[in-house]
Write a protein that binds this ligand. Structure first.
Ligand SMILES: [Mn+2]
Length: 467
């Protein structure tokens, strides 16, 4: 990636911003559709803040990417303009056929790959159109932020929300941010909107007492501490830490001693780079009062993501819009999500010995012991926690009903750099055996009939092994 790609993104941003600006007349009625994850919720809140400031009549709906028949239904609703956030690229045909054909305006701000269509009533901002990598260099929230920042510099205070969306989409890597994200983070720090420091990157560091922060830790899952109140209490007592303190109350020296104690506790996992960098490293915190809720951006991302995962995106959205009560509720949703994920990871840890090996990947069959919505994320967390080797991608299989299987695949940027692409392998395999599935190079999911498991695994191996 070079400056030319960033310039192209900037140019596309300006075009999307002028398309939007000319419709902020207070008369154009806008329907916003966004994805129900941290990136989608952050994107919707960033855009909604802009629409609200310009007195635009608008409604927001959170949904998984709509199927063509659902887009046909949507087109029957009476709006002048439709804005798709964190989706839309792969639905271009249906958008064209059902919405643009009715002479309604459409703006798509997305970072998933898709065909690019030109139409006088359509504007698109997508990093893939500019030669950038939508899986790394910017997510929907950073793209939406770039647009509203062009509309009016007063929206700059929302930069933290844009970064939280990128973190939610796992665009913060072991060595930091890239592309548009890197610029966005640097600018937010320079403008004094975000403060960068270093420390234990545990979720809840600004809100939970230390014992609870350790017990609920899923990112990373700390073997021997996560899920065990007794072990966490005894560690905290050994270090003489008060039960009322949060991590950010401790001060640098005590926090470092706690980190050393955690590294000592997990044994050989301490030398795992994924684990150590997930546990300790850069922290980004909000310095402005523009947003309510947690100050730490990783926490903020987890809060929004939890709301999406537990199907309460509107709670996360209201929190991101500045509603204090909603922020309190969203934090309760977050801790409930952490509890549920702790159980899933506990289950995974118990069965670490029974992962099956193929030459090009490993897989684990969860049967029906785990909710289908948790498996992909559990695999990502297990990789970040140093629980699963990363010499090859990992698949998680879970039974969704009597005769259907959901398959989640996770890989790493290092494997992607060697040409391993689980998204492509998933798409090709399901195309061959019948089923649905797609994804990025490092994360993918698919659904197949139960009786096709063996066939799926063999074809997936053949496709992935061919790279
Ligand atoms: Mn996204």
């Amino acid at each position: 990636m070079s400056r030319a790609e960033l310039r192209r993104f900037r140019h596309a941003t300006e075009e999307a911003a002028s398309f939007l600006r000319s419709r902020l007349d207070g008369k154009t009625r806008i329907k916003v559709l966004s994805h129900l994850d941290a990136d989608g919720i952050a994107s919707a809140a960033i855009l909604a803040k802009c629409l609200y400031r310009y007195n635009v009549p608008f409604t927001v709906r959170f949904t998984l990417p709509l199927a063509p028949n659902e887009i046909a239904e949507l087109a029957k609703e009476d709006h002048d303009m439709f804005i798709f956030l964190d989706q839309g690229s792969s639905q271009m045909d249906a958008i064209h056929k059902f919405i643009l054909a009715k002479h309604r305006d459409v703006l798509v701000i997305d970072h998933h790959p898709g065909p690019f269509v030109e139409h006088p009533n359509l504007a698109c901002l997508n990093p893939h159109m500019c030669g950038l990598n939508g899986g790394r260099d910017v997510s929907a929230s950073g793209s939406t932020y770039s647009v509203v920042e062009h509309v009016d510099l007063r929206f700059r205070g929302l930069a933290g929300l844009a970064i939280a969306g990128a973190i939610g989409d796992r665009q913060e890597f072991l060595d930091g941010f890239t592309g548009v994200n890197e610029n966005l983070v640097r600018r937010a720090i320079d403008l004094g909107l975000v403060y960068q420091s270093e420390g234990l990157r545990l979720i809840g560091r600004t809100i939970y007492p230390v014992v609870e922060c350790l017990r609920l830790s899923i990112r990373p899952y700390i073997l021997g501490l996560s899920g065990s109140l007794r072990a966490c209490r005894s560690l905290v007592d050994t270090l003489g830490i008060s039960h009322e303190s949060t991590l950010c109350d401790l001060g640098e020296e005590v926090e470092r001693r706690l980190a050393e104690a955690i590294f000592a506790r997990v044994g050989s996992i301490a030398t795992n780079e994924q684990f150590s960098r997930t546990l300790w490293g850069k922290l980004y915190s909000l310095t402005t009062d523009e947003l309510v809720g947690p100050r730490d951006l990783r926490e903020y991302a987890m809060m929004l993501d939890a709301c999406g995962n537990l199907r309460k995106p509107e709670v996360g959205f209201a929190a991101a819009m500045g509603d204090e009560d909603a922020a309190t509720e969203a934090l309760a949703v977050m801790s409930s999500y952490q509890e549920q994920m702790l159980n899933v990871l506990g289950e995974l840890v118990k069965k670490l010995g029974s992962f099956k090996l193929f030459p090009s990947f490993r897989y684990f069959n969860f049967g029906s012991s785990v909710g289908p919505g948790f498996v992909g994320e559990a695999l990502s967390l297990a990789i970040e926690s140093g629980l699963i080797p990363t010499d090859r991608p990992v698949l998680g299989l879970v039974r969704t009903d009597k005769d259907k299987i959901k398959i989640s695949a996770r890989s790493t940027p290092a494997l992607a750099a060697q040409g391993v692409d689980v998204g492509q392998a998933m798409a090709k395999t399901v195309a061959e055996i019948g089923g649905h599935g797609s994804g990025h190079d490092v994360a993918a999911a698919g659904r197949i009939p139960m009786q096709k498991i063996d066939e799926f695994l063999n074809i997936f191996e053949r496709v992935l092994g061919r790279k």
